[in-house]
Design a protein around this ligand. Structure first.
Ligand code: GLU
Length: 317
């Protein structure tokens, strides 16, 4: 059963993948395979000060150690600047882009429009006259340019998530290009998903609130302008540490290399992750391929996962 579409795992290479990231990767791979889609890997290394090729290589090696193989070589966002610039140009040609000079503080202090979501851009720079834009541009420090924002129409967009149900968000004038020249996440992710033929977006559920903006942007870039992008959205629960905070290095043995140092092999880590999803019995040796047929979306846990190990690495399951 091939749909011709694709699912993807899109890690940011700013640290080794931890059990929560690896669990999301397994789910992205399983959902793609179970629905006859290609399973793609994309390295989201736009944040150059925080990302490195070495780190990406370690992430890719860890995914391979779990038995996750991908269709085709990974796509690196750092190679894709021309595509992001072309997308911004096409939006600008439709008068959907404007320069913004606001600092974070300006945005926090500006009065918010009624019904706008917290953190939404209040539209301060939306209608600046050209001479004011020139003046503000000239006053920027050397090497800085104004940020570029999408001229949205403030509509509410609803995405229908396979696990989370309907989620509605008001699309504000979000950033496409930052003042330091870095392409914004929301733009890059959609330009790449469209270019890679992705029609299944699986990732951790902390990004659910970004989905309405991204669906709207995808509709603009594909010329439908109806605010809808017919991708399957699947936002999966995060992994948390014992303190209830998002899983991190400080919680103990959370990466494959931490676990190996304790004698826990990658196949055992796969079992631990699969068991946490109800896809394997504790200690049952499994391969990712065996799990494809076991995937029943409605039976997956809907709450965050706190791996059953202690800071010192004693696996308690
Ligand atoms: N790179 C993002 C992250 O690591 C995920 C982006 C996405 O899947 O859309 O959180």
């Amino acid at each position: 059963m091939g749909t011709g579409g694709a699912g993807r795992f899109a890690p940011s290479p700013s640290g080794d993948l931890h059990l929560g990231n690896l669990r999301t990767a397994l789910l992205a791979w399983l959902f793609a395979r179970a629905s006859g889609r290609a399973a793609l890997l994309r390295v989201e290394d736009l944040d150059t000060p925080r990302s490195s090729r070495d780190c990406a290589d370690r992430q890719i090696a860890d995914l391979a150690a779990l038995g996750l193989e991908w269709d085709g070589p990974p796509v690196y966002q750092s190679d894709r600047r021309a595509a992001y610039d072309a997308a911004i140009d096409s939006l600008a040609a439709a008068d959907l882009v404007y320069p913004c000079f606001c600092t974070r503080r300006d945005i926090l202090q500006a009065p918010r429009a009624p019904h706008s979501p917290p953190g939404a851009y209040p539209g301060t720079c939306r209608d600046l006259p050209a001479d004011r834009v020139a003046e503000l541009t000239a006053a920027l420090p050397l090497g800085r340019a104004p940020a570029l924002r999408l001229r949205s129409d403030g509509r509410a967009v609803t995405v229908n998530d396979l696990l989370c149900g309907e989620h509605t968000g008001v699309v504000d004038d979000f950033v496409l290009l930052r003042g330091d020249g870095m392409v914004a996440y929301n733009l890059a992710v959609i330009v790449d998903d469209l270019a890679q033929g992705v029609d299944q977006v699986l990732r951790a559920d902390d990004l659910l609130t970004s989905a309405p903006r991204q669906a709207y942007l995808a509709s603009l870039l594909t010329g439908t302008d109806d605010g809808a992008w017919p991708a399957q959205w699947i936002h999966v629960p995060l992994a948390l540490g014992p303190d209830g905070k998002r899983l991190a290095k400080r919680h103990g043995a959370v990466t494959l290399s931490d676990l190996s140092a304790l004698g826990i092999t990658p196949p055992q880590a796969l079992t631990l992750i699969a068991a946490s999803l109800g896809l394997a019995a504790p200690h049952e040796p499994v391969t990712p391929h065996q799990l494809i047929a076991r995937l029943v979306p409605s039976a997956l846990p809907t709450t965050p996962w706190t791996p059953g190990f202690l800071g010192r690495g004693d696996l308690v399951e």
